[in-house]
Design a protein around this ligand. Structure first.
Ligand code: NAP
Length: 282
């Protein structure tokens, strides 16, 4: 693939998720689409700075780690800025004098949970100046599997104003820690719940089943093999890739939920819980 007019420099606030993403960016799976040289990361405290520098010591020539007092400088020097701070810190980060000005014209990626593009627009002060070009902002939600580069990351943006090049950069960043999918913001929260909870809840149940089987005398590798074979098949069925009674049930539940005008996720979930089994029996 051709090299895009790629970000020459990327800046990010770096913690657990930020570190996983930095790992992906510095050692990308796709080396041909985007090239990030160099990467600047900022953190809140000295211990975090030391942690990140140590973790990426082999990339020291390409990664600069700064403290939060240097956020403005890091943003000024970047083409793409990734916000991976806790949402509760957003007012401090965006409210620091110089941050809003430095962000103008940059591609802004945010993985802050629960922070909509409208809120990002407010935080960046976008629209306050009539002459300013449309905000280039992408909201994404990787899950913890980013640590092993197997995340599923839904991301959303105003595709009428976000440039094609910036969509490619956003998807490239997410794809270095797994897979990504562009979705409408109206579906974002429930999609984030799916990628955040589906895997971890299943793993919890699998862990329990494995322990129970081992306690009954099954050898762990054998139990793992049984579960692996079943899980792949069940995940496909559950997700509707293979036709089955489950798929029919899913369709009917969805139909009933919408027929009753239920719009809240909680309401939809409770209907699935209450009526799902009855459908199959009835
Ligand atoms: N964890 C998840 O499963 C998950 C999944 C999807 C999205 N997210 C979102 O990802 C974001 C990061 O989550 P996390 O779990 O990675 O949190 P985290 O480990 O606490 O990382 C946050 C990082 O931000 C740094 N920081 C704090 N204040 C800063 C400032 N003013 N300027 C620059 N850096 C600053 C922190 O440094 P210090 O520690 O030194 O203060 C830390 O390195 C959150 O918004 C969260 O909602 C998390």
């Amino acid at each position: 693939m051709p090299l895009l007019a790629a970000p020459s420099n990327e800046s990010e606030q770096i913690g657990t998720l930020g570190t996983a993403i930095a790992r992906g960016i510095l050692d990308p799976l796709d080396k041909s689409t985007v090239s990030v040289e160099p990467l600047t990361a900022t953190v809140g405290t000295e211990p975090s700075k030391r942690r990140v520098e140590e973790e990426f010591s082999q990339h020291s020539s390409r990664l600069e780690v700064l403290l939060q007092k240097d956020n403005v400088r890091a943003i000024q020097e970047a083409d793409v800025v990734l916000f991976a701070v806790k949402p509760v810190k957003r007012e401090d980060v965006f409210g620091t004098p110089g941050v809003r000005e430095a962000l103008r014209g940059k591609l802004i990626l945010s993985i802050m949970a629960g922070i909509s593009t409208t809120e990002l627009k407010r935080l960046t002060g976008s629209g306050e100046q009539d002459q300013s070009p449309p905000l280039q902002v992408v909201r994404a939600m990787p899950n913890m599997a980013a640590n092993i580069r197997e995340a599923m990351t839904p991301y959303t943006a105003n595709t009428e104003t976000l440039s094609k090049e910036n969509i490619e950069i956003a998807s490239w960043v997410s794809n270095q820690v797994g897979h990504s999918q562009l979705i409408a913001e109206s579906n974002f929260d429930i999609s984030a719940v799916l990628v955040g909870c589906a895997g971890s809840l299943l793993l919890l149940a699998i862990d329990g089943l494995l322990d129970a089987a081992v306690a009954e005398g099954v050898k762990r590798p054998e139990a793992q093999n049984f579960i692996m074979k079943q899980c792949n098949r069940n995940a496909e069925v559950g997700a509707g890739r293979k036709s089955s009674k489950c798929v029919a049930r899913e369709d009917r539940i969805s139909w009933r939920v919408f027929d009753k005008g239920a719009v809240g996720v909680g309401e939809a979930r409770s209907q699935i819980g209450l009526h799902g089994c009855n459908h199959d029996r009835g």
